[in-house]
Design a protein around this ligand. Structure first.
Ligand code: PLP
Length: 365
């Protein structure tokens, strides 16, 4: 092991940028010179290109991934008094969106092996107030979405897939985000398809829902100054769309490179009995938004990596149901257990093998 300390960041945004710098800068200049800045021509083109990529009828861009969830719920008519089933083992925004439209998030536990919703525990949480299910494709791995949509159909519920971490990941050869009434994603800079500011989008194959969502993102209006429903302002900038159009062309390549980085981690860590490496379940592709391991002495390992100059992050240290703002007393043993043991290691397409070796050496206590 090298005695020299390195610095390896969780994600190297600058290095990722350098590979596409010229193309991005030209696209931004074009947008600046076009004189059209909000929902401009790049936004329309990006929506069409992303729809084609996902093989989905409609893509509606908006200001961020949280808004995409809120717009979906509003378009589906979710209102105060309704219940929406989701997971507590996710980023806070998933449940926050439900609470913001006045509904109650109802939490289901996750599987210990893939961190995603435990479909065998959904039905016991369904009541006569339940209107929708929001499964999350966490860390870039599709959840058991077939089963989720099957349960939803049986009980007459909507499905909104939170694909903020899984854009381009496939379940049985079909992109996630296209199974439910809506799929949503985020273009936050560190996501697999990230803008250089905030951005988000919703996907749907339903023409009526697409029209509703489009109205909600611009003050409930189809025609200027005619407001048919109550909406809000949640639009994508033309500059961000211009950048996303460039980056979309590389998304598949980057997702494959992330999978290759993950494979190397799996090999390097195979002899470390203290570490459980992530699995990819059958019938799906994993795009490794995060490479997340499970370790017994997580806090010690985290400290040790820090001392060695390696960035790692705990996604997420406090499960959503335990947050003060929600004060929910659901019994979610797997969620509680995992949040004390998970650790995400540096992950980005350009991560070098020698750096991965250093990270894995540093993981040995
Ligand atoms: C990032 C993220 C969001 C929210 O996206 P923003 O663009 O930051 O609003 C929602 N859900 C999950 C699972 C996320 O990772």
């Amino acid at each position: 092991m090298s005695t020299l300390n390195k610095t390896i960041q969780m994600i190297d945004m600058k290095e990722s940028y350098s590979s596409i710098q010229e193309e991005v800068e030209a696209a931004v200049l074009n947008s600046l010179r076009s004189g059209k800045y909000i929902l401009g021509p790049n936004v329309t083109s990006f929506e069409q290109e992303l729809a084609k990529y996902l093989d989905c009828k409609h893509v509606i861009s908006c200001a961020n991934g949280t808004d995409a969830l809120i717009i979906s719920l509003l378009a589906l008519g979710i209102k105060p008094g309704d219940e929406v089933i989701t997971v507590s083992f996710s980023f806070f925004a998933t449940a926050e969106a439900i609470a913001l439209v006045g509904a109650k998030p109802v939490f289901v536990d996750v599987n210990e092996d893939d961190f995603n919703i435990d479909v065998s525990k959904i039905e016991e949480k369904i009541t006569d107030k339940t209107k929708a299910i929001i499964p999350v494709h966490l860390y870039g791995q599709p959840c058991e979405i077939d089963k989720v949509t099957e349960i939803a159909k049986k009980h007459n519920l909507y499905v909104v897939e939170d694909a903020a971490q899984a854009i381009g990941a496939k379940y049985k050869n079909k992109c996630v985000g296209t199974f439910g009434e809506f799929g949503t994603t985020s273009f936050y800079p560190t996501k697999n398809l990230g803008a250089f500011g905030d951005g988000g989008a919703l996907f749907t194959n339903n023409d009526d829902l697409a029209e509703k969502a489009k109205m909600i993102r611009v003050h409930g209006s189809k025609e200027r100054y005619i407001h048919e429903v109550i909406g809000f302002n949640s639009r994508l900038d033309d500059i961000q769309a211009a950048i996303l159009r460039v980056k979309l062309k590389y998304l598949s390549k980057w997702n494959e490179e992330r999978a290759a980085v993950a494979k190397r981690y799996n090999e390097l860590l195979s002899s470390n009995s203290n570490v459980i490496t992530p699995i990819c379940k059958p019938d799906r592709s994993h795009i490794y938004h995060q490479y997340t391991i499970v370790v017994e002495n997580r806090d010690e390992v985290y400290q040790k990596l820090r001392e060695k100059g390696v960035g790692s992050i705990i996604y997420y240290p406090i499960p959503i149901h335990k947050q003060k703002s929600l004060n929910d007393n659901s019994d979610l043993p797997v969620t509680d257990l995992l949040s004390g043991k998970i650790l995400s290691l540096p992950m980005y397409p350009e991560l070098k093998e020698e750096d991965q070796k250093y990270i894995c050496d540093s993981l040995t206590l």
